[in-house]
Design a protein around this ligand. Sequence first.
Ligand code: 1GP
Length: 242
Amino acid sequence: MSKFYDTISQRKGFAVLVDPDKQSAQSLGELTKLFAAHRPDAILVGGSLLMEPIADTVLFLKEHCEVPVYLFPGDVTQISAEADGIFLLSLISGRNPDFLIGNHVIAAPHLRRAEFDIIPTGYMLIENGHSTSVEYVSNTKPIPFGKTDIAVATAVAGEMLGLKMIYLEAGSGAAKSVGIDMIRAIREAVGLPLVVGGGIRTVQDASRAYEAGADMIVIGSAIEEFPGQIKEFAELRDSMTR
Ligand code: 1GP
């Protein structure tokens, strides 16, 4: 597998999520300076539904900083061969065949041509008390917040099916991030790198997720609102991995 995959298999990491629709060229320019200075492990690009072409954002990021850029696609339109790779998401918390295999079939020829790093990822949407864009657009139900047993069985099934990473998602902007007990139980049950995102707003939130067993955390909204916070997330990551 990839250098990126090796990294998060061995030490704590953090990624930033960039939603192309929410960034002007100017704000992206400012962000790339912070990315270059504080070195997140990856920049994820994508969203449940995008109005702007993803390729422009990917190209800009590739030109302005050396951090690996991974696609985090909401659908088959969000593929750009300029990226370093893709989190190839199977929405295993849901029961919509389009997001389990249908879109993957449509995307496969394009992904093969792209010749980039493909990380097969079991993507699990966890209820946060409010409906989310992912839930609506994918037409799937999240796993209920307290149903740790269902979440564990889902992650174990994903590992048995050969997926290489598990992504626990509360939804971008979630008021409540994925529960610590659920992260801990999944960490104990599967050996795969565990990514946690959605509603992580502070270094305290991030620290709790790391302590419970997250290998990588993903921060989107908090950095959109307060870009300077990236320094604190980078320092926390570095302190966890020393
Ligand atoms: C969404 O996990 C990411 O997929 C980021 O969520 O915007 O809440 O940080 P936030």
